[in-house]
Write a protein that binds this ligand. Structure first.
Ligand code: URA
Length: 210
């Protein structure tokens, strides 16, 4: 697994305002959307392209276009939905799938409760969206589901990560073609599973249901 923490003043600025508890839901959604677009720019650095010939008004030249099969963008419900627009803004031709994950409170195992995506992901580049990489259980289970379907290149775009979640991913997804792109790896998880200093409950802050 590769970890890429995006170091950029605009990313740091937007993240600081997202963290601030005074930021209201409408501003939070707008900033999260902008931050995802900045992360998406880095996350798509290795998106597959093919060479094409075109004519400019002046001459003929060669350039690149995104190649087929199209990349697949998969937000994890519910909070990942708030990241979808920011991602597809840069990848408008991507296909979008959905993954609903639920955690069994007794076993603490994450499992899938809803999927809407192609059965066969062989040869596909997949971008998974989930704002918070906390314990890592949900993201690991999601990525295992994508790999089971044949995905051979998975990039997780997360706003914030905890070291505990990064460690779980490194352990569980060792040797798999997975990259995590994030704005920050914070200090730790607290006893309630929140990232510290974090930004609170991302879904509640996005949808105003705190
Ligand atoms: N999920 C959240 O929304 N926030 C956290 O801090 C951890 C998990």
């Amino acid at each position: 697994m590769r970890l890429h923490v995006v170091d950029h003043p605009l990313v740091a600025h937007k993240l600081t305002t997202l963290r601030d508890q005074r930021t209201d839901s409408a501003t939070f959604r707008r900033l999260a959307d902008e931050l995802v677009t900045l992360l998406a720019y880095e996350a798509t650095r290795d998106v597959r392209t093919e060479q094409v010939d075109i004519h400019t008004p002046v001459s003929q030249t060669t350039g690149v276009k995104l190649s087929h099969p199209r990349p697949l963008v998969v937000p994890i419900l519910r909070a990942g939905l708030g990241m979808l627009d920011g991602m597809v803004r840069l990848l408008p031709t991507a296909e979008v799938g959905f993954l609903g994950m639920i955690r069994n409170e007794e076993t603490l195992q994450a499992s899938t409760y809803a999927t809407r995506m192609p059965e066969d992901l062989s040869g596909r580049q997949v971008y998974v969206l989930d704002p918070m990489l906390a314990t890592g259980g949900t993201l690991v289970a999601s990525i295992q589901e994508l790999i089971k379907r044949g995905a051979d290149d998975v990039t997780a775009v997360v706003l914030l990560a905890a070291p505990e979640g990064v460690e779980l991913m490194e352990r569980e997804l060792a040797g798999t073609p997975v990259t995590v792109v994030t704005a920050s790896v914070d200090e730790r998880l607290n006893e309630h599973g929140y990232i510290v200093p974090g930004l609170g409950d991302a879904g509640d802050r996005m949808y105003g249901s705190a």
